[in-house]
Design a binder for this molecule. Structure first.
Ligand code: SF4
Length: 224
């Protein structure tokens, strides 16, 4: 079977992401997460019936376009990518093929998952799903363990390079602390997206600041 015929249930796809991995990246947020971490900022991605189906072929086309625009990597987050291990494997395979085709083997593939390393190790579908990831950020979000480690939401989460490219690109960042919080704000037709890993209380503070200026949210994704 042609893996590009696979379909991924997706919450959002956004370009020029600079807060979830090194450089400027294409971001794909999958839809569906049963892990229900307390304090998750992306509760809208929990329901597997939400979002929309996008073919891997279409996502690979967006990735090729991003590469030709100079993008340095692909970040797959969620939601929980390992809830769709076959489609994840297909997307990573298509992304790997595309970067080779266009001579951009320097562009890395990063996956965020709430699964712990030990859970991945004993799951054949999860291990196969992540086979082509250059680096993985693993572990549940734990609101009680705040951190300044770059690209991680809580101190327990591990950044694990898995390939020579991943070790080159992510090795210098394994214990690096962020000097300041980094959040991107992107406004689309239907939503305001905060992209990145906020520190504890940062989103509520932002919401209060905006309210003081007369901007209120009809709903947000970080409160039950
Ligand atoms: S933090 Fe990640 S793993 Fe945890 S509930 Fe939210 S989307 Fe799922």
């Amino acid at each position: 079977m042609d893996l590009t015929e696979e379909t991924l249930r997706v919450a959002a796809v956004l370009g020029s992401v600079t807060t979830l991995g090194p450089g400027r990246r294409l971001g794909v947020w999958v839809q569906g997460c049963p892990l229900a971490c307390a304090g998750c900022m992306s509760r809208h991605t929990w329901d597997p019936r939400g979002g929309r189906d996008i073919g891997v072929h279409r996502l690979a086309t967006l990735w090729r376009r991003a590469l030709s625009d100079g993008c340095t990597g692909l970040t797959i987050s969620g939601g929980e990518p390992l809830e769709q291990p076959r489609a994840l494997a297909a997307l990573l395979a298509a992304a790997d093929r595309a970067r080779r085709d266009v001579g951009r083997t320097d562009a890395d593939l990063l996956v965020y998952t709430g699964w712990e390393d030990a859970e991945i190790a004993v799951s054949s579908p999860a291990t196969a799903g992540l086979a082509l990831a250059d680096a993985v950020i693993t572990g549940r979000y734990r609101a009680g363990e705040p951190t300044r480690l770059v690209w991680r939401g809580s101190a327990n989460q591990r950044l694990v390079p898995r390939t020579p490219l991943g070790r080159r690109r992510y090795g210098p960042h394994l214990r690096r602390l962020a000097d300041r919080p980094e959040l991107q704000v992107r406004v689309t037709d239907t939503a305001v997206h905060f992209i990145g890993v906020p520190r504890a209380g940062e989103l509520s503070a932002l919401e209060r600041d905006l309210a003081a200026q007369g901007v209120t949210f009809r709903e947000n994704t970080w409160r039950p």
